[in-house]
Design a binder for this molecule. Structure first.
Ligand code: RP5
Length: 170
């Protein structure tokens, strides 16, 4: 297969520990959609599917991914284990857990030992959106058209902020 005939591979892998994480992680996907950045979203559980995690993370660079966005909740070992197994940048999203509101997820992801970094975002939707924005910013370093789309996205966000608050329906 020639280089041109090869189907284009998405640069971002969005992985999550469970189907239940998708309600949060879909915000990362939607943000990448808005920026025209390709992604592949997969369920990869560090605990329930460890072999799948190893296969994914060890092969992620060869698959053509450039950045990994990893969301998990509770005993959230997925981002850290993925970071241990791939040289790609990993952004971790702590999913809000029922029992401890995501503080458990945050602590599980953020306290990595020196040498294996995970760029850890906020708990929940904000973290998912910002992980996608960081992934896009990394890709934009070598993609001028994406850099322009990212600038435009931020400009639209700025323009959307009203100068004064209004009463909202209760
Ligand atoms: C974690 O356990 C997942 O990332 C998810 O946030 C949490 C609960 O998973 P389910 O029991 O809803 O599948 O591994």
């Amino acid at each position: 297969m020639t280089e041109n005939a090869r189907p284009s591979r998405p640069p971002v892998a969005i992985i999550m520990g469970s189907q239940s994480d998708w309600a949060t992680m879909r915000h990362a996907a939607q943000t990448l959609d808005a920026l025209g950045v390709g992604y592949d979203a997969r369920i990869v559980s560090a605990h329930r599917t460890p072999e799948r995690l190893f296969a994914f993370a060890k092969g992620a660079r060869e698959e053509g991914f450039k950045v990994v966005v990893a969301g998990a909740g509770g005993a959230a070992h997925l981002p850290g284990m993925a970071a241990a197994l791939t040289p790609l940048p990993v952004f971790g999203v702590p999913v809000e857990s029922k029992a401890l509101s995501g503080v458990d997820s945050l602590h599980s992801i953020v306290q990595m030992p020196a040498g294996i970094p995970v760029g850890t975002l906020a708990i929940g939707r904000a973290g998912a959106i910002n992980a996608a924005l960081l992934a896009a910013a990394v890709l934009a370093l070598t993609d001028a058209a994406l850099a322009e789309r990212l600038d435009a996205w931020r400009a639209r966000q700025t323009q959307a902020v009203a100068e004064r608050p209004v009463d909202e329906p209760a």
